[in-house]
Design a binder for this molecule. Sequence first.
Ligand SMILES: [Fe+2]
Length: 205
Amino acid sequence: MTEDPVALPLRCPDALRGAVAALATGPLELRALVAFASTLRVDAALCAALRRPDPARPYGRRVLFANPHLEAMVATWTPGQACAVHDHGQAFGVITVLEGEGEERRYALRAGALAQTQARALAAGDRLTAGPGLLHAMGSTAPGAGTTLLTLHLYTPSIEDMVVYEDDVTYIVDGGCGAWVPRDTPAQIRARRPGIWPRAALPLA
Ligand SMILES: [Fe+2]
């Protein structure tokens, strides 16, 4: 019997990229992403090779692969920081915790404000799913640069744009941006409206 190569430990970022590329040949459903993520074996050596810290951001954003059907991104979380509350546009996604500890908080819009609805601790091996309409934020809760939160994000289709909330302002940012307001690359801000608004209230909706 031939072993599934994806079920074996992946040896380098290129091997992970290749496995993702093999999946991304056409439209995908969330359950296919979840099934794929459940077969991945990412050991400590590969985690070390995948890390790409960016201390100036909530996380270092390393896009391993992207085509119209699938985007694979590794987030190396900055110790003690959380990203902005955001959605994922029309994309569905599965997020796998590869290493470290963190937290996810989910939100709903109520009476023009963000209300937290859930919070959960994250540890290696945990998996989250996301879909259109989900508002959440994640962050690293453990200090220590070597073991802080490392997550693998798979989205289908690739994220076109995201709603991001920060300082009581609603933004739509380019899908090539992370879950923050890209003040140093303002061309990535597609829309901005003071206050907390649903996606449908912004001009690009
Ligand atoms: Fe997210």
